[in-house]
Design a protein around this ligand. Sequence first.
Ligand SMILES: *[C@@H]1O[C@H](CO)[C@@H](O)[C@H](O)[C@H]1NC(C)=O
Ligand SMILES: *[C@@H]1O[C@H](CO)[C@@H](O)[C@H](O)[C@H]1NC(C)=O
Ligand SMILES: *[C@@H]1O[C@H](CO)[C@@H](O)[C@H](O)[C@H]1NC(C)=O
Ligand SMILES: *[C@@H]1O[C@H](CO)[C@@H](O)[C@H](O)[C@H]1NC(C)=O
Ligand SMILES: *[C@@H]1O[C@H](CO)[C@@H](O)[C@H](O)[C@H]1NC(C)=O
Ligand SMILES: *[C@@H]1O[C@H](CO)[C@@H](O)[C@H](O)[C@H]1NC(C)=O
Ligand SMILES: *[C@@H]1O[C@H](CO)[C@@H](O)[C@H](O)[C@H]1NC(C)=O
Ligand SMILES: *[C@@H]1O[C@H](CO)[C@@H](O)[C@H](O)[C@H]1NC(C)=O
Ligand SMILES: *[C@@H]1O[C@H](CO)[C@@H](O)[C@H](O)[C@H]1NC(C)=O
Length: 498
Amino acid sequence: MGLFQYSGVLCFCLLLVFKTCIADSQHIGKIYPGFEASHSDWVDKNGLFLRSNSSVFACGFYTGLDAQLFLLVVIHISSAKVVWTANRAKLVKGSEKFVFGKNGNVYLQLGDGVAWSSNTTGQKVSSMELQDSGNLVLLGEDGTVVWQSYSHPTDTLLPGQEFSEGMRLKSFPNSNNMSVFLEIKSGDLVLYAGYQTPQTYWSLANDSRKTNSSVGGKVHSAYLESNAWNFYDQNKKLLWQFVFTENNNPNATWAAILGSDGAITFSDLHKGNQVVSEAIKIPQNSCGNPEHCGLYYVCYFENWCQCPSSLQSFNCKPPISSTCDGSNDSAELLFVGENLYYFALGFVKPLSKFNVEDCKEACLHNCSCSALFFQNSTQNCYLFDQIGTFQRSQQGSAGYISYVKIVSGTSDGSGNKGKKTLLIVFMVIASIIVIAVLLYLGLWYRRKKNSMNFSQENLEEDTFLDSCFKWNDDGSSSGILGDSSGILMSAVRLSGPR
Ligand SMILES: *[C@@H]1O[C@H](CO)[C@@H](O)[C@H](O)[C@H]1NC(C)=O
Ligand SMILES: *[C@@H]1O[C@H](CO)[C@@H](O)[C@H](O)[C@H]1NC(C)=O
Ligand SMILES: *[C@@H]1O[C@H](CO)[C@@H](O)[C@H](O)[C@H]1NC(C)=O
Ligand SMILES: *[C@@H]1O[C@H](CO)[C@@H](O)[C@H](O)[C@H]1NC(C)=O
Ligand SMILES: *[C@@H]1O[C@H](CO)[C@@H](O)[C@H](O)[C@H]1NC(C)=O
Ligand SMILES: *[C@@H]1O[C@H](CO)[C@@H](O)[C@H](O)[C@H]1NC(C)=O
Ligand SMILES: *[C@@H]1O[C@H](CO)[C@@H](O)[C@H](O)[C@H]1NC(C)=O
Ligand SMILES: *[C@@H]1O[C@H](CO)[C@@H](O)[C@H](O)[C@H]1NC(C)=O
Ligand SMILES: *[C@@H]1O[C@H](CO)[C@@H](O)[C@H](O)[C@H]1NC(C)=O
């Protein structure tokens, strides 16, 4: 019986050794149909089960914020930057498997369903290769590319990766759960905020930093090549060049990353864990990012944020009314300010030949309108169903006045009420602290008195304070406890009963 148990344990140990042996050797270059892996199987390799031939990139499971849930990613090893993600919104557990099916489909289990799939069932896939360029490809029997991660980018573009019409980059959502997108739309490259009605905030056509190659036409594809982002038409003729760095080190691996802040930045992954992004970004001014300062704040200079004075009583969270469900038809317009600008104004058609009253009427009678911008000099009126960060208009340009539509009867007081409760809470806490300090001092004095064996008994607290501290006329005090405690004692004196 004992011997039997012993051999059982031995078998188990051998199995463990065998298993770790397998897990120890990451696959290099390629994996083949029938392959399965979960994070648990590859814990000691940080979840990464496949390396590119020269170990520049790796593929495997990556931990998000929640250390129990995982993403399937391609990661640049030396910089630890994730360059591609399969299952952004559907994270999987440590035991759930990545499966390369014998039928050619590659998928990621999630419960009884799938978190992600390459949708290549029946396409005669013979292998999956992680290339040294960071491209994860499914190769057919004849060596053709059946599927590639380069054609399904997430928020990062790598050197040589084609970005063409029909593809899009999507940023990770920001703290308001808003993502931004990059797309080629009607021959132009645009960045837009993913609101219910998308709002464009940058376009290549409007960016004066690009260089002209003397060929006119519509942008069809874009590539990162050396230190520039190059834009081509359908016949692969170079239309525009956007040079994002002066540094043209041939060893650099320039990646363009669409951040959740709304900006595209350019980083040299080759710099390893010291990678920093270049100063040139898109859009150049941070105030041009849709929610740089949060909703309803005004952004000015490069980076300063301020809540407009009219919204301060709401803590910059005005009770916006823009519902079309008919439940509340009583709404009013609240003046936000003048000399304002908004990132989407340059990309939408205004209602023209309006005066400010017409513009306000149009917004009030349009249930989806939640904000308006009006420019007196051009008599243009713009209505929006949702807005992000306002901008201060550039020096010298006329700027716009803006109103937001709020629920009626909330425009006064509600914010002040909040401030009053805050004040009361503060006063209560201050009193508690004062009482605690008094008690403590009393105890301290009593103990000290006992230990020093003084005979003055029944000394009252007030007399104690007076004997230790000399109150100055201006309310401050000087005493045996030194300068810092003087401040404390001033507070005691001000709020105490004396
Ligand atoms: C992998 O790298 C080695 C050298 O490290 C090279 O000889 C080989 O051709 C490479 N294989 C592929 C498929 O690129
Ligand atoms: C696979 O197909 C599903 C359903 O049509 C789709 O949601 C998913 O995006 C596809 N995956 C890829 C990688 O194309
Ligand atoms: C965030 O937005 C997505 C759609 O864009 C939605 O599916 C998801 O539920 C939202 N999450 C939260 C926490 O609001
Ligand atoms: C670019 O070059 C073309 C042809 O020379 C010219 O027509 C066009 O105005 C130029 N565009 C800019 C922005 O310089
Ligand atoms: C590029 O890499 C090669 C080989 O690693 C090295 O010899 C060379 O100095 C590098 N060039 C620069 C400009 O860093
Ligand atoms: C409608 O207005 C009332 C107050 O006037 C408010 O309490 C309620 O939340 C509003 N409902 C909607 C759907 O906005
Ligand atoms: C973008 O360019 C178009 C025409 O080239 C112009 O009408 C528009 O005002 C510009 N928008 C911005 C934000 O500069
Ligand atoms: C708006 O423009 C009109 C003329 O176009 C002018 O008379 C009026 O004073 C302007 N109003 C403001 C507030 O600038
Ligand atoms: C109503 O407002 C929306 C924005 O919320 C705007 O896009 C639309 O053009 C407006 N409709 C009319 C008829 O003005």
